[in-house]
Design a binder for this molecule. Structure first.
Ligand code: 5GP
Length: 189
């Protein structure tokens, strides 16, 4: 998506540890008009899939997921990050390794909101090693729901997540795919 790539080139900052900072329009301050254009792209890609729920992970995915859900006219569920193990049995849980913090955390979604008949589109801001997406997709399969695919804003294609998920048969659609990045510049696929 040209608009997003231009914005990444203009405002993205490459940090140590293969981290791209896009705080000025996506991860902290949010450009909702840009999100609207991204949502239209996701809609064009997945409009024939009868999506009933959009699933994301707190916190950075929520903004994009909400604007996207407006176009699909369906609810958004965000998986909560939990430090305490939930033993009540009323939630689906998965363990995820954080790309940006290195630590492990559990994500939870209430069984009330993810149902066997649901057709789920996962939306997230970044795809790196694929841990977040793998965790989210396991919540979907635990619920007996159907994972239609994943819509990602920025895929760092030089990291293994995209290939890993696609090789498992998940339809991953990324609006910007970064081939390489360094302090010298960013190159798209
Ligand atoms: P993964 O689980 O695929 O390794 O990483 C995806 C998650 O880590 C995303 O939800 C995102 O929040 C975070 N993340 C991964 N890489 C980056 C990055 O380069 N920049 C930012 N801001 N977040 C990232």
């Amino acid at each position: 998506m040209q608009l997003l790539e231009e914005r990444i080139l203009r405002d993205g900052k490459v940090k140590d540890g293969n981290v791209l900072k896009v705080d000025s329009f996506l991860n902290h301050q949010m450009d909702v008009k840009l999100f609207g254009e991204m949502a239209k792209e996701f809609y064009n890609l997945f409009k024939d899939e009868n999506i009933t729920k959009i699933l994301t992970i707190e916190a950075s995915g929520i903004g994009i997921a909400c604007i996207t859900a407006q176009v699909f006219d369906c609810p958004v569920i965000f998986a909560k990050k939990s430090k305490t193990k939930n033993i009540a049995g009323d939630v689906y849980t998965a363990r995820v390794e954080s790309f940006t913090h290195g630590a492990f955390y559990d994500i939870i979604v209430s069984k009330e909101f993810l149902r066997p008949g649901d057709r789920v589109l996962i939306i997230d801001d970044f795809l790196a090693n694929g841990a977040a997406l793998t965790g989210l997709s396991s919540l979907v399969s635990d619920a007996g729901a159907t994972l239609v695919g994943a819509g990602i804003a920025i895929e760092k294609a030089f990291q293994p997540g995209g290939e890993l998920l696609r090789s498992k048969g998940v339809r991953v659609e990324s609006l910007a795919r970064i081939k390489s990045m360094s302090s010298g510049g960013i190159e798209f696929c």
